[in-house]
Design a binder for this molecule. Structure first.
Ligand SMILES: Nc1ncnc2c1ncn2[C@@H]1O[C@H](COP(=O)(O)OP(=O)(O)OP(=O)(O)O)[C@@H](O)[C@H]1O
Length: 326
């Protein structure tokens, strides 16, 4: 397992990671979520001994990364898929890694096969597509057959087939009893992949919970009602002491009541309904609600999404979650 305790990283005046404490356990895929600039990559780099913490510790199977006898056989990582020498073939890249880490050559063919790159193994990697590069990075992570795997944004830029493949691979690795820690900004993807979640914002831990618990605790369930007799419906709801919020287009949103009760109430007052539907928030909404105050980079047109207490705006997702500097 991976144990993070009080992990802190300052870059000058910027506190990128702020006293993080959590444990990543084997047997499940653990998703690592956070807005751009939340500190995910910095945390992963510190886990792998690539950055020095300002404070705190990371233990991998009880040891610091630098104390591991066979690092590649203990923990495999995909951090930056582009960090490959473009002049080398995929096979040679992996052979070099295998040789310098005491891994049998035969393992190279195995992992190339696992990631579906066997047919292009002798091609230079500089001609590789983004997806092929990601697959090669994953092959390198799997090379030492490690029990612990860390992937930073593994589905970035992949097509649906590639995303589907990585999702199944993560689940298979976890089902084999391995520890799988994966960061992503694709919430919908994480909902399909991860069973446990670590959520951070501005370097701080916001949630350490199961996926179902996270959605239950942070999402909002409500009923959408729409009637041609909008004003009268509002009066009836008001008269019954039921809070409701107009959501545009004649829609009213009601929290804390079930749809059947609201439908019967409308029927008793002979109010025609054009819509009566129970809504429960997706992971995207839950995540945006939780991190609304910790989002570092906002789209200009959607400030509302980051205002504390403002209603979540899933439609603002793509804009809010653009990479810094893009
Ligand atoms: N080498 C560095 N020097 C100075 N500041 C840095 C450095 N690396 C990261 N930071 C800052 O630390 C904070 C966390 O960055 P980090 O890249 O870890 O976040 P992230 O969650 O991985 O973001 P993203 O999703 O955009 O990749 C940001 O404010 C970033 O600007």
């Amino acid at each position: 397992m991976i144990e993070v305790e009080g992990l802190t990283k300052d870059y000058g005046d910027v506190r990128a990671v702020d006293r993080l404490t959590f444990t990543v356990r084997p047997g499940v895929v653990t998703g690592f979520l956070g807005p751009n600039g939340a500190g995910k990559s910095t945390t992963m780099r510190m886990m792998l001994g690539l950055d020095h913490p300002t404070g705190g510790t990371v233990r991998i199977d009880g040891r610091h990364y630098r104390q591991l006898h066979d690092p590649l056989k203990t923990v495999g990582a995909l951090l930056d898929a582009k960090a490959v020498h473009g002049g080398r073939s995929a096979r040679n890249h992996l052979l070099c890694l295998a040789q310098s880490n005491g891994i049998p050559r035969a393992r190279v063919a195995e992992v190339l096969d696992t990631v579906g790159l066997a047919s292009v193994a002798r091609k230079r990697t500089k001609g590789f597509s983004l997806g092929m590069g990601q697959r090669l990075g994953i092959a390198a992570a799997l090379l030492g057959d490690p029990q612990i795997l860390m992937f930073d944004e593994p589905v970035n830029g992949l097509d649906p087939e590639g995303i589907h493949w990585i999702r199944n691979l993560m689940k298979d690795l976890a089902a084999q009893g391995r520890t799988v820690f994966v960061s992503s900004h694709l919430m919908s993807e994480m909902a399909l992949t991860a069973e446990h979640l670590i959520v951070i914002g501005q370097g701080k831990l916001l949630a350490d919970t199961s996926m179902t618990g996270f959605i239950r605790e942070n999402s909002r369930s409500y009923v959408r009602m729409r009637s041609p007799d909008h004003e009268r419906l509002r009066e009836v709801l008001h008269g019954a002491g039921i809070d409701h919020v107009p959501a545009g287009d004649g829609v009213l949103e009601v929290e804390g009541e079930d749809a059947a009760h609201l439908g019967e109430l409308a029927a008793r007052h002979q109010i025609v309904l054009h819509e009566l539907s129970s809504q429960s928030a997706s992971l995207e909404e839950a995540f945006m609600r939780l991190t609304a105050q910790a989002v570092e980079y906002h789209a200009h047109e959607n400030h509302r999404a980051a205002v504390p207490g403002a209603a979540p705006r899933p439609d603002a997702w793509g804009a809010d979650w653009r990479r810094k500097g893009s």
